[in-house]
Design a protein around this ligand. Structure first.
Ligand SMILES: CC(C)(COP(=O)(O)OP(=O)(O)OC[C@H]1O[C@@H](n2cnc3c(N)ncnc32)[C@H](O)[C@@H]1OP(=O)(O)O)[C@@H](O)C(=O)NCCC(=O)NCCS
Length: 372
C-alpha cells in the first residue's frame, strides 16, 4: 500500500522513532537539556549518556574513560594509509576513508550484536581524534603525536594537534562544542546512518556513509563555509555593507536558517556566550563585532536565526584551528550520535525503504536498436 503523502525534502515527515534525543521544547539528549549538559557535563559523560541511555556513575565513567584512552592508539597501518592519501585530498574525505579503514583493524568487525556495536562505537569515538590529528600533522610535515591516555578526549585532541598542552579554557571550549555537536535526532547524516544500518550492514559502514552526508555545505560543511564568509567580510566596519549587498543579491548566508529550528537554534545561543568570552581572551573582539552586525541584520531583515555553525566557526578560529578541520571536528563528536542511532536501529530493525512518486514517461514499447 502506498501512502500518497509527499513532502519535498521529507520536511515535517516522521520517518521513525527514537529515544536518543528530541528537539521538542529545546534540544535534549536522553531527557537532559543541552544547556544543562553544556554547563555541567564533560563530553565523555555526554557520550556515555547518548550511547548507554543514562549518565554514568563514577565507576562507570572512570572505566569508560580508561577504555577510550586505551583505544585511542590506532594500528600503525592506519597512520601509513594517512601518509598515502594525496596532500590535496579534502579533510572530510580523509575522515571518511579513516573511518572505513579503521574497520579492517577492529576486533569486532563482522559482529553486529548490541554489545559488539557498543565496543565498536567506543573505539571509533576514541580513534577518530587520532586520525584527525595525525593527518593534520602529517600534511604539515610533522610527525604525529601519540595519544595521551591521561587527558580528556578534548584535551588529548588539542594535545595531538599542537604537541603542547591546551589551556583549561581552550580544552573546555572544545569540550562544549563537542557536547553541542554530539547528537541531533533525524538530521541528514544520522538518517543516512540509519538507512545503512537498516540493511543489516555494519556500524563502520554506517558511520562512513554518514561522514559523506555530513560533508555537504547544507549540513556539516556549513561551519567551514561560515569562516569563509567572515574572512571575506574582513572587519566589523565592512560588515553592514557586505551583508546588505549579499542579501540584495539573494545570497544564501551560511550559518543561518535551519530545517527544524525556525525560531532559533538553542545550541547557537549557548555557544555565542562562550565564543564572546574566548574572543576577549584571544583578542578577537573585532570578529565578534563583525558577527554581531551580520547576525542582527540577517535576523532583522530575513527573520533567519543563526544555527550552531555560526558561533562554532568563530570558536574554532579563536582556537587557531585551520578551517578545513571544522567539519572533521563535527565528525569526532557526531560519531556518538550516529553510533547510538545505528544501535537503536539495529536493536529494533525494519528495512528503511520508502517509495517515490514517479514523474517519468508513460509506458513505452521497446524498439530494437536498428529502428531507434
Ligand atoms: C539549513 C537549510 C538548508 C534549511 O533549509 P530548508 O529548510 O530546506 O529551507 P530552504 O532552503 O527551502 O529555505 C527557505 C527560504 O529561506 C531562505 N533561506 C534559508 N536559509 C537561508 C540562508 N542561510 N540565507 C539566506 N536565505 C536563506 C531560502 O532562500 C528560502 O527562501 P525562498 O522561500 O524565498 O526561496 C538552509 O537554511 C540553509 O541553506 N542554511 C545555510 C547553510 C547552513 O548554515 N547549514 C547548517 C545547518 S545546521
Amino acid at each position: 500500500m502506498t501512502n500518497e503523502v509527499y513532502s519535498p525534502g521529507l520536511e515535517g515527515v516522521i520517518a521513525g522513532e527514537t529515544a536518543i534525543s528530541t528537539i521538542t521544547g529545546g534540544l535534549s539528549y536522553r531527557g537532559y537539556s543541552i544547556e544543562d549538559l553544556a554547563a555541567h557535563a564533560t563530553f565523555e559523560e555526554v557520550a556515555y549518556l547518548i550511547l548507554y541511555g543514562d549518565l554514568p556513575k563514577r565507576g562507570e565513567l572512570d572505566a569508560f574513560n580508561k577504555r577510550l584512552g586505551a583505544a585511542a592508539t590506532v594500528a600503525p597501518q592506519v597512520i601509513d594509509a594517512l601518509r598515502l592519501i594525496p596532500p590535496k585530498a579534502s579533510f572530510m574525505d580523509v575522515m571518511r576513508s579513516g573511518a572505513s579503514f579503521l574497520a579492517h583493524f577492529d576486533p569486532d568487525a563482522g559482529d553486529n550484536s548490541h554489545e559488539a556495536n557498543l565496543r565498536k562505537a567506543e573505539r571509533l569515538l576514541a580513534q577518530m581524534p587520532t586520525v584527525l590529528a595525525a593527518r593534520h600533522r602529517l600534511r604539515s610535515g610533522q610527525q604525529p603525536v601519540a595519544p595521551d591516555a591521561k587527558r580528556s578526549l578534548s584535551g588529548n585532541l588539542l594535545w595531538m594537534l599542537w604537541n603542547e598542552p591546551p589551556t583549561d579554557r581552550a580544552e573546555r571550549a572544545m569540550d562544549v562544542s563537542l557536547i553541542l555537536y554530539a547528537e541531533h535526532e533525524y538530521n541528514a547524516s544520522t538518517f543516512t546512518a540509519r538507512v545503512i544500518a537498516s540493511t543489516m550492514s555494519d556500524l563502520h559502514s554506517a558511520v562512513t556513509g554518514a561522514i559523506g552526508a555530513l560533508k555537504g555545505p547544507l549540513h556539516g560543511g556549513a561551519n567551514e563555509a561560515v569562516m569563509d564568509v567572515l574572512a571575506e567580510v574582513g572587519s566589523a566596519d565592512k560588515a553592514e555593507k557586505w551583508i546588505r549587498d549579499a542579501l540584495a543579491a539573494k545570497r544564501r548566508i551560511m550559518g543561518f536558517g535551519h530545517r527544524v529550528y525556525k525560531h532559533g537554534d538553542p545550541r547557537a545561543t549557548y555557544l555565542k556566550t562562550l565564543c564572546a568570552e574566548l574572543a576577549v581572551e584571544t583578542g578577537h573582539q573585532d570578529m565578534e563585532r563583525m558577527a554581531d552586525v551580520i547576525e542582527s541584520i540577517v535576523v532583522g531583515e530575513k527573520k533567519l536565526p543563526p544555527n550552531l555553525d555560526w558561533p562554532s566557526a568563530r570558536l574554532y578560529h579563536y582556537l587557531k584551528l585551520p578551517v578545513d578541520l571544522y567539519t572533521p571536528l563535527f565528525v569526532v563528536s557526531r560519531v556518538v550520535g550516529w553510533s547510538a542511532h545505528v544501535i537503536e536501529q539495529s536493536d529494533n530493525n525494519r528495512l528503511i525503504r520508502p517509495r517515490a512518486r514517479y514523474t517519468g514517461p508513460e509506458a513505452k514499447k521497446f524498439v530494437a536498436v536498428e529502428k531507434r
